[in-house]
Design a protein around this ligand. Structure first.
Ligand code: P53
Length: 474
């Protein structure tokens, strides 16, 4: 009983939220570099406000982030001390291909991650690599309109070939696109998309999604060819939808809201455009242009496992009076009166994790991997610089308990669990440093002040104990 013996405990980060070093090692500029902290951020990540170069009025937190580019040895040593079995990180595409459309990769970029992966293995940490986590070289945005263009599939293929061959033997777990459904909610951050006035946004998003889905299938094919040991996963921003009431219209609204997200995974895991999506597109005048053989290709190269992030469940209704949205969330959702919320309005629902795991396992019948979960909170160090984050410990303990129930009582096959932002990093949604998730505190604020010094929070020793007991001692 309990978690499998080889359960992959660990933590997760993304290049643009932690690395910094945005001009170092020959790195090119990426879309996410240009997302400022502050009120304009949402319009930028949603593709509504064009921000193609830095200006003096905004602060761009990804430029330096927590400078993991220079601190990675120290950081990985701390992960090793906690007993991590895995570390999920992403590769910055523009370190490997600074412009994106070159034919040869940038050696300095390849070397950086090679050293980093070797550092992980020193501590027995298996890297889990997200190939793209909200990043796209700016040159590809400007010249090709990013994922609008079919040519992106070829550029992504070059990236995959370069990293799969170079890191053979060092990496075997890969995720193709972080939160692939984010293209619907934050299309510039998710896929480098921005919109012209009067354009049919849904058409652009679903065409771009088709290109990503083709790229994901191609990556899966190449990964398996390069090394049969490779395991490739899709990645969904998950969180099942509840019906606000048992009124049939509310129930149907919750099913529809789930399908909007499942669509991507249905293609990546079952290998087919689902019937409901084809009908929905037809009704909305969306015409996804495909090439001959695309549908067969999708069917042949499905993923090995299903990974997802889970922060909260969601609620759907058709009642216009209730469509008050949860604050600070990219995903619009009605408030659930039975749940408490974080300081950013994200509702806390451990049982929702078990429900989500069951929904995904029933639907896809493939192993699951929880690659993000955690509590974004304000941490206030005491006079000795120590953060007693009991609120984070209880959030995580309750979620781990719920996932253990899904494994023990429901029989879900779960490969591992990586908490989000195991070291404090820049928030994707808000650009803040103040919204912290880590076991490790980083001295840096929203405006970029601070020494970048790392220190252990109370949750550091707690998580170490959780891992040592394989999730028994919470
Ligand atoms: P932040 C919204 C809803 C669910 C997941 O988010 C999300 C978002 C983006 O705000 O993104 C994932 O930093 C994402 C990470 C991100 C993390 O959740 O806004 O994969 O890059 O940092 C937490 O609190």
């Amino acid at each position: 009983m309990g978690f499998r013996k080889d359960f992959l405990w660990g933590g997760a980060t993304a290049a643009n939220q932690c690395e910094g070093g945005y001009k170092e090692g020959g790195r090119g500029l990426a879309n996410v570099d240009l997302a400022p902290v502050g009120p304009d951020r949402f319009a930028v990540i949603a593709g509504e406000k064009k921000m193609f170069q830095f200006d003096d009025e905004h602060f761009y937190p990804a430029k330096e982030a927590i400078d993991m580019y220079h601190h990675y040895k120290e950081d990985i040593a701390l992960f090793g001390e906690m007993g991590f079995k895995t570390y999920r990180l992403s590769i910055a595409w523009s370190r490997i291909f600074p412009l994106g459309d070159e034919t040869e990769p940038n050696e300095e970029g390849l070397k950086f991650y090679e050293d980093l992966f070797k550092e992980c293995h020193k501590y027995g940490i298996e890297p889990l690599v997200t190939i793209t986590h909200f990043d796209c070289p700016m040159h590809l945005v400007e010249k090709y309109g990013a994922w609008r263009s079919r040519e992106m599939v070829g550029f992504y293929e070059n990236l995959c070939r370069a990293i799969f061959t170079r890191y053979k033997g060092l990496v075997k777990y890969w995720l193709t696109f972080n939160e692939i459904n984010m293209i619907l909610h934050a299309p510039f951050m998710g896929a480098g998309l921005y919109f012209e006035e009067g354009e049919n946004k849904e058409q652009v998003k679903y065409q771009a999604a088709h290109h990503e889905l083709m790229a994901s299938a191609l990556a899966t094919k190449i990964a398996h060819e390069v090394d049969p040991e490779n395991q490739v996963g899709c990645m969904l921003a998950a969180g099942s939808n509840y019906a606000y009431t048992c009124k049939p219209e509310d129930v149907f609204a919750s099913r529809k809201a789930d399908r909007e997200n499942y669509f991507f995974i249905d293609v990546q895991s079952r290998g087919e455009y689902p019937a409901y999506a084809l009908k929905e597109m037809e009704r909305n005048g969306i015409n996804v242009v495909m090439e001959e053989g695309d549908l067969d290709f999708l069917k042949e190269h499905t993923v090995d496992f299903i990974s997802f992030s889970y922060y909260s469940s969601r609620v759907a209704t058709t009642d216009p009076k209730l469509l008050e949205q949860t604050a600070g969330n990219i995903f619009a959702s009605v408030k659930n009166p039975y749940l408490d919320a974080s300081e950013w309005g994200w509702q806390i629902d451990p049982l929702g994790l078990r429900i989500t795991m069951n929904d995904l396992y029933d639907r896809y019948q493939k192993p699951l991997f929880i690659v993000e979960n955690g509590l974004g909170a304000v941490d206030t160090p005491d006079e000795n610089g120590y953060v007693a984050d009991d609120y984070r410990i209880s959030y995580l303990a309750e979620h781990i308990q719920a996932m253990r129930d899904a494994v023990d009582e429901d029989g879900v096959d779960l490969l591992g669990y990586t908490t989000w932002g195991c070291i404090d990093l820049v928030s994707a949604g808000t650009g803040e440093m103040k919204k912290r998730y880590g076991f490790i505190y980083v001295d840096r604020d929203n405006d970029g002040n601070g020494t970048l010094k790392r220190s252990k929070k109370k949750s550091f020793d707690w998580y170490k104990k959780v891992i040592a007991s394989n999730g028994e001692d919470l």
